[in-house]
Ligand binder design. Sequence first.
Ligand SMILES: Cc1cn([C@H]2C[C@H](O)[C@@H](COP(=O)(O)OP(=O)(O)O[C@H]3O[C@H](C)C(=O)[C@H](O)[C@H]3O)O2)c(=O)[nH]c1=O
Length: 190
Amino acid sequence: MTNSALTVSELSLAGVLLLRDKNFRDVRGRFTELWNAERYRLPGAGVFCQDNLSVSAKRGTLRGIHFQRGAAAQSKLVRPVCGAVRDVVVDLRPGSTTYLKWLAVTLSAQNADALFVPKGFGHAFLTLEDETVVFYKVDTPYRPGEEGAIRWNDPTLQIDWGSELFARTPILSEKDAAAPLLSEWLERGF
Ligand SMILES: Cc1cn([C@H]2C[C@H](O)[C@@H](COP(=O)(O)OP(=O)(O)O[C@H]3O[C@H](C)C(=O)[C@H](O)[C@H]3O)O2)c(=O)[nH]c1=O
């Protein structure tokens, strides 16, 4: 599906969409629409009710793998507005044919990339440049008590974070560094 500039492609996990819009460039810089209710058709998205801004000073910063459970589950429209990320989603939907499968996709502000992540997925990203800024819309308000985290280097998932990480471990929050393994969640329930 295209709309003059917007292309939308479904990735290997059902419902996950990569959107590429247009950066209108001129001598001053660039202009991008971050979201457009008329042009953006996002199956599964509720009404976006919260905007988030995530600023990571250094490349190699990894946030996640986070999920929001039950009524707090969020679908997300994730967009780097500065820099670039390797974005990872993990299918945590029990009935899904791709349950516990993951995919990684590079999103860059220069390409005006965005990723639509439906409810029921774990989400994480690794920054590929210093001063990476990620803007994302969610369709359910934040409920801190209803959020869980899976360790970024979980041995079951074996996520390929790409060459950025060959050199070192990522910059993590204490919470993410100590996140449970997937096996612990499978044992006790999400
Ligand atoms: C997510 C969120 C956080 N906060 C507060 C809670 C903490 O005091 C502070 C940082 O939160 P956290 O360390 O959870 O931020 P990230 O590690 O970037 O978390 C996000 O990272 C991955 C990639 C995601 O997909 C989620 O949107 C989200 O979990 O912001 C809020 O006040 N509202 C919010 O919606």
